[in-house]
Ligand binder design. Sequence first.
Ligand code: NAD
Length: 267
Amino acid sequence: MANILSGKKGIIFGALDNQSIAWKVAERCVEEGAQIVLTNAPVALRMGEVNALAEKCKAPLIAADATSLEDLENLFQKSMEHFGGKVDFVLHSIGMSVNVRKGKAYTDLNYDWMQKTFDVSAISFHKMMHAIWKLDAINEWGSILALSYIAAQRVFPDYSEMAESKALLESFARSFGYHFGTAKKVRVNTISQSPTMTTAGQGVKGFTDFFGYADKMSPLGNAPALDCANYCVALFSDLTRYVTMQNLYHDGGFSTMGMNPALVESK
Ligand SMILES: NC(=O)c1ccc[n+]([C@@H]2O[C@H](COP(=O)([O-])OP(=O)(O)OC[C@H]3O[C@@H](n4cnc5c(N)ncnc54)[C@H](O)[C@@H]3O)[C@@H](O)[C@H]2O)c1
């Protein structure tokens, strides 16, 4: 079978280390024939691990704080210069909660930190689309994707304010998806991924229990990062051109389960 992203050009946000979902997406996109640009916050690039990925993928690394519209415009401008034209796909794989990091209880959140969390984890997605829109940086039938989590719909107490961040993120996908679809035939979706062992994931309190619970509840088990990357590739490809404004569960069936006997101790 031919490579399904052959000839496509994309920008991948959020590869920090080789556990990152975005890291796997970058590798899979390149294996499927795409050319990519990698980006992350300046502080993340200084950690240096992503250099190895850039080398492997033959991809330029362009720093951008995703909360800065100026950085984002610079990123899209430079990427278009690099590619000699517009991009075909963009992945937003960014999340961070200040209140979670600092161990603040949900009933006693710091609102300055909450603003920062929303800015980094959700408003950055709107800003990213704003920059793409303003610079007319994406080709017709392009695909914009962000990663979400089911705490946007259901209560997972330890996920704290990230739940509201994800609800906002998913809503931005729908609202901007309308504008991008109507004006530019570009699709915008979110993938709601299983718990995954990454830096961001493991920052959530009790993550190992949480991971094990979801794994048992899901008939197929938790979806691994590599499979998430494969789903992203499918959504960047021309095989999914009419899928837009959706939150798509990639979770081994977790979101549809009520009770799983595997979780009942007496069984
Ligand atoms: N790991 C999980 O269990 C899980 C489950 C569902 C969804 N997700 C989502 O997947 C996405 C990727 O997370 P991950 O699990 O691969 O963890 P990760 O820690 O590897 O990735 C998070 C990325 O966000 C980047 N980032 C933080 N602040 C930024 C800023 N201001 N500007 C630009 N980039 C910034 C970090 O540098 C990092 O690369 C996130 O949206 C996360 O919420 C993760």
